[in-house]
Design a binder for this molecule. Structure first.
Ligand SMILES: [Zn+2]
Length: 278
């Protein structure tokens, strides 16, 4: 599943490929339920003849800013991918759900699992939408620090892993990076939030920043299928210490990494390094 580093890498790649300021000449859609607050035809009318003037992100949501103060918002969910390619190039016809044509180039949305979402808004109100208004700060946003994290979760009796995956506490972190952050922080994923100390919050906040930053620098993590453009995969999997590392030696203490379930999510830990604060 794409997390914040993968989404940021995709945005950087689209911008690098010069997608901005080209008039949208046609829209072809293949799945009605991709659009959550409009019909496919309403989406088409909304974007037609506009240009994408900027792309940024809130948490894991991609925000496409259009001319005339319009916005469309995309969430890739499990397997969504966006490719910007020559219009006459081959594409995966079975899994491409939307094509936005700029003439010689096309933006193609491909999704084998079909969980991705598209919304349309006006520039003035997209941040107040149901989807975006509840999102917390992400680890690289100004204002995110250990006090912010503590304020959001220290009264909860949930497991720390569960709390960090909740996008209303901190945005952008998913199952890969949360395992790495808790390993680096030497904290067991089933530690209760309300048992954590200030030092624990400081460690978690600083490791969140460090690990997410390093993942973006390495263009995200490719474990199964994530690609930010055709033939371009992330490199951060080389730096994973616990996630997907079952039965490998812990880099700190040589204990074998184990896999467990935390609220149904596959979770990798070093049972020696990571202390459970019950
Ligand atoms: Zn260890």
């Amino acid at each position: 599943m794409p997390e914040m580093p993968e989404v940021q890498t995709l945005i950087d790649s689209l911008l690098e490929e010069d997608i901005l300021n080209k008039k949208i000449k046609d829209v072809t859609f293949y799945m009605e339920k991709l659009f959550k607050n409009c019909t496919p035809n309403e989406f088409k009318d909304f974007v037609l003849n506009e240009k994408i003037i900027n792309i940024d992100r809130i948490g894991k949501y991609l925000i496409f800013h259009l001319s005339n103060k319009k916005v469309f918002v995309v969430h890739l969910r499990m397997e969504g991918k966006i490719f910007y390619q020559d219009s006459n190039s081959k594409y995966d016809e079975k899994h491409t759900l939307l094509r936005i044509s700029f003439g010689k180039k096309e933006m193609r949305y491909q999704d084998t699992r079909k969980f991705g979402t598209f919304h349309i808004f006006l520039e003035e109100n997209y941040k107040n939408s149901k989807e975006l208004s509840k999102l917390a700060l992400d680890p690289l946003q100004e204002g995110f620090d250990w006090k912010y994290l503590k304020c959001n979760i220290s009264k909860s009796n949930k497991f720390i892993k569960t709390a960090l995956l909740d996008q209303t506490n901190v945005a952008g972190i998913g199952n890969i990076y949360v395992d790495e952050i808790l390993f680096a922080s030497k904290i067991h994923p089933e530690s209760k939030c309300n048992k954590l100390t200030d030092d624990n919050f400081k460690t978690i906040a600083s490791n969140s920043k460090k690990i997410i930053k390093k993942a973006i620098d390495n263009k995200g993590t490719t474990i199964s299928t994530y690609m930010y453009k055709k033939e371009s995969k992330g490199e951060f999997q080389k730096f994973l210490n616990v996630h997907t590392k079952k039965d490998s030696d812990c880099v700190n203490c040589k204990t074998k990494i184990t896999k467990m379930k935390v609220n149904g999510r596959g979770t990798y830990i070093c049972s020696n390094c990571q202390v459970n604060k019950k």
